[in-house]
Design a protein. Structure first.
Length: 202
């Protein structure tokens, strides 16, 4: 560290070569960390998109859930970091279905008891997929609980009321709204007002 005189006669410290090298190293590490996180996110999104691509009825669903989640989170005036978590979790909320048998995912009729038991595990599987990555810790919580319901009738943990993480509640609303306003083999898409009425009744 070197020093130089300021106009007021005080000494101002200038970083030496070693400190500059350390600062550059820290910046390189930070940049590589963010690049790694983006690569992980892109890989997970690729898995989610590949899963949706198998079924024309659900293609684009996760992207729309992420977009609706952003609008809802912003309307609730959540902090920017929480908005980002909602968006990212919305994009990945169904990634756990990659662990479900394709015969169950593509079945056009109602699921039987055993099939429904398998399907109810997808939030747990999804949370387990993203949890090992440090920057996805908040996402894992939202993904695990996005099928909980206010009255405790949801899954996988039967949480109710305020015990359900707020981000999970936001994604749940976005998920159901998009499902209701999208066409399915067994029913046409509902108008937005009807979908909103359904959500209010829930």
């Amino acid at each position: 560290m070197t020093a130089r005189a300021t106009p007021g006669g005080e000494l101002a410290r200038r970083p030496g070569a070693t400190e500059l090298q350390t600062l550059r190293y820290a910046e390189d590490v930070r940049r590589l960390y963010h690049q790694l996180q983006r690569a992980i996110c892109q890989s997970l999104l690729g898995l989610a998109n590949a899963l949706e691509g198998k079924d024309p009825c659900t293609r684009g669903h996760s992207e729309r859930v992420g977009a609706w989640g952003r609008r809802l989170a912003a309307a609730l005036e959540l902090p920017p970091g929480e908005v980002d978590t909602v968006v990212q979790a919305g994009l990945l909320h169904d990634i756990g279905k990659i662990g479900m048998p394709e015969s169950v995912l593509r079945k056009r009729g109602p699921l039987d008891h055993d099939e429904w038991t398998l399907m109810r595990n997808h939030p747990i599987v999804g949370a387990q997929i993203v949890a090992p990555f440090e920057s996805f810790a908040g996402d894992a919580l939202v993904i695990r609980h996005h099928h909980e319901r206010w009255d405790g009738s949801g899954y996988p943990d039967g949480l109710s009321g305020a015990a359900i993480p707020l981000g999970a509640r936001v994604v749940a609303v976005a998920d159901v709204f998009d499902a209701l306003t999208s066409s399915r083999p067994h029913r046409p898409a509902l108008p937005r007002d009807a979908a909103l009425a359904h959500l209010a009744a829930e």
